[in-house]
Ligand binder design. Structure first.
Ligand code: PHE
Length: 428
């Protein structure tokens, strides 16, 4: 039997047993929010670009489509075969070999090969299967930056070249804690082909560049807030950040920067010194590079005061008309429609397992942006029968209108039916 083809952005793809991308996700692939100049995601993207353009040496890529090969997204970067990121529960597959990119790092190999400047910055939509709540959405945006130095070009003077570039960077207006050494053989090793000093200087250049990007957008937000009469104490002091060690299969050493915001540390950006296998895979053997990947939604939520990640995808003029090119302004909530809670409980059998992300996907496929949150609220084992049970609570809540009971009942019925028909679950 031949399986149906799937069409994404005017191209047809064969499907197979790996296919798990749904029509509601495919609809998001042509939105290009990062290119809209009056949309928070587009405004933020442009601020980062302007900042790096001012430093010089960067090429900007904004038009990469979201369909990539498993090779580009995982293999070339060195993801182990059993990495959870590769699983169908975490990633939208079009077929066994083709998927919706889960990160902008999927374009690193192309850019290392093709880019004619030492640096590049990619902006794009990325897709991940995940939980449903105020800060998670199956599509979001990332920017991938990288900067390289060539041993062929600089020879034995490569450290002088990196140091010169480091000293030329402006001082970011940010308070930073960075307690760890540039690398640590036990917890955050470097690759052997690089000297101590090379790693030290490259990581400094990477960290200063990211600090500049974050401090600059934050300063823009501060100026706008003060001009608008804000007395928010969080906006009065410079941004506070800290560097921690991290792990990514294609960088060593690796880091993450977190920023202090309203009483908690928020993870903003993963990065590191590029490992040689990525470069070798595209025929480059004489370069040192750093790379980072920064998510835009989280930064946009705090800068523009946007309370719910679904709003970025809203087509409602009450949302879209609030933003102007190149400006950070505070979102004014237009109205809050009440939410309605519905529970679904079922027995969890070894024979009929369901991954939480599959349940989330079913609710999203059926309710789309009418669902605000899905959470596991109860798990228990029956004392006599020893059967385990789970209960999930769904909050149905539209951003644009009130939902009727009949409408919610219909959605809930569909969710229940799919859990039974597709996963063989016994509902309670
Ligand atoms: N792609 C990584 C992520 O999505 C971020 C990253 C980019 C890390 C580049 C290191 C280098 O989390």
């Amino acid at each position: 039997s031949s399986k149906p083809e799937l069409e994404i952005l005017n191209k047809k793809y064969p499907t197979d047993e790996w296919t798990n991308v749904s029509p509601s996700i495919i609809e998001l692939t042509n939105r290009k929010l990062h290119l809209k100049e009056s949309h928070p995601i587009g405004i933020l993207r442009k601020m980062f670009e302007t900042q790096l353009a001012g430093l010089g040496g960067y090429t900007f890529y904004n038009e990469f489509g979201p369909v990539v090969s498993k090779y580009e997204n995982f293999d070339v970067l060195g993801f182990p075969e059993d990495h959870v990121g590769r699983s169908k529960t975490d990633t939208y597959y079009i077929n066994k070999e083709t998927l919706l990119r889960t990160h902008t790092s999927a374009h690193e190999s192309f850019c290392y090969k093709e880019c004619k400047t030492p640096g590049y910055l990619i902006s794009a939509d990325v897709y991940r299967r995940d939980t449903v709540d105020r800060t998670h959405y199956p599509a979001f945006h990332q920017m991938e930056g990288a900067y390289t130095w060539s041993r062929t070009e600089h020879g034995d003077n490569i450290v002088d070249a990196i140091r010169r570039d480091l000293e030329a960077l402006p001082k970011p207006n940010i308070i930073v804690e960075d307690p760890n050494p540039a690398y640590n053989d036990a917890t955050n090793p470097k690759e052997e082909c690089m000297s101590d000093l090379e790693v030290e200087l490259v990581s400094q250049h990477l960290k200063r560049t990211i600090e500049l990007l974050l401090a600059n957008v934050f300063d823009n937000a501060r100026k706008a807030a003060i001009a608008a009469g804000s007395k928010d104490p969080d906006l009065e002091a410079p941004l506070k950040a800290r560097w921690i060690e991290a792990y990514f299969p294609w960088t060593a050493p690796s880091y993450e920067i977190e920023i202090w915001w309203k009483g908690e540390w928020l993870e903003m950006c993963g990065c590191g010194v590029e490992r040689q296998h990525v470069l070798k895979n595209v025929g480059i053997t004489d370069k040192i590079s750093w790379a980072f990947g920064i998510g835009l939604e989280r930064m946009a939520m705090l800068l523009f005061g946007i309370p719910d990640i679904r709003l970025f995808w809203s087509q409602d003029p009450r949302f879209l008309s609030q933003f102007k090119p190149d400006a950070v302004t505070s979102f004014k909530p237009y109205s809050k429609y009440p939410g309605t809670l519905r529970d679904v409980a079922f027995w969890v059998e070894e024979a009929t397992p369901i991954h939480e992300n599959d349940l989330m996907s079913i609710v999203r496929d059926i309710a789309g942006d009418l669902v605000e949150n899905v959470s596991l609220i109860d798990e228990f084992v029956h004392p006599k029968t020893k059967r385990a049970s789970q209960c999930y609570r769904i909050n149905y809540q539209s951003m644009d209108r009130s939902l009727t009971n009949a409408e919610i009942n219909e959605l809930q019925e569909q969710v229940r039916a799919r859990l039974v028909n597709e996963y063989g679950l016994e509902l309670r």
